[in-house]
Design a protein around this ligand. Structure first.
Ligand SMILES: C[S@@+](CC[C@H](N)C(=O)[O-])C[C@H]1O[C@@H](n2cnc3c(N)ncnc32)[C@H](O)[C@@H]1O
Length: 186
């Protein structure tokens, strides 16, 4: 396995490349422009669900995935905290890429309170051995605030039930992006 560690995106992709398989069901909790959704589908997963509160994000991603000839996906324009209204089956992976839509309205950004609520519900849907991957951007004030709230929540998870790993670029200046990988043990 070749690991690329140069930024949070390549770290996520390196890890996922060796982990994903064709029986897996993944949920992109923050669809945005569809980069993560398309990456996951390109690894032959069984099915992808996706959430975004913005109509524009859903439209862009729907068109993008159809153009690439994927049909094994379903996107919902709603808050990820509503996950259980849309998904009843068990899933293997939840992916969060926090913050605002690149080149979009910076006021429309993820919120710690919604992410924590969606995590509470999502962890329940997660299979044993399932993963949650969260990428944080604490370099903007709202991103910093939400990172504190979410870290607080995941730090409090029972270590017998979850492995929670934090990956920090500790020699970078200011507030660089960082990642959390969480594995459900049982
Ligand atoms: C950094 S972007 C995601 C990038 C995306 N994963 C990609 O590959 O292009 C964050 C997205 O989260 C969405 N978002 C914000 N709050 C949300 C919520 N409560 N539920 C679902 N999506 C939300 C925003 O509209 C934005 O499109």
């Amino acid at each position: 396995m070749t690991l690329e560690l140069n930024n949070t995106t390549s770290l996520f992709r390196s890890f996922m490349k060796s982990w994903l398989d064709n029986r897996m069901i993944a949920v992109d909790m923050t669809v945005g422009n569809g980069n993560d959704s398309e990456f996951l589908l390109s690894h032959n997963i069984k099915f992808l669900y996706g959430f975004d509160i913005q109509k524009r994000a859903i439209e862009i991603t729907q068109n993008r995935l159809e153009k690439s000839n994927y049909s094994n996906f379903m996107l919902f324009q709603d808050n990820h905290k509503e996950i259980k209204r849309y998904i009843q089956e068990k899933v293997d992976l939840l992916v969060y890429n926090l913050g605002y839509l690149p080149k979009g309205n910076k006021e429309i950004t993820t919120k710690g309170i919604d992410v924590v609520e969606s995590l509470k519900k999502g962890l329940d849907l997660l299979l044993q051995g399932g993963m949650v991957w969260i990428t944080f951007y604490p370099g903007h004030p709202a991103g910093y605030e939400e990172s504190i709230m979410i870290l607080d929540f995941v730090k409090g998870l029972d270590q017998r039930k979850f492995h929670v790993l934090k990956m920090d670029y500790i020699n970078q200046i200011n507030y660089p992006p960082f990642s959390i990988a969480l594995e459900k043990r049982y």
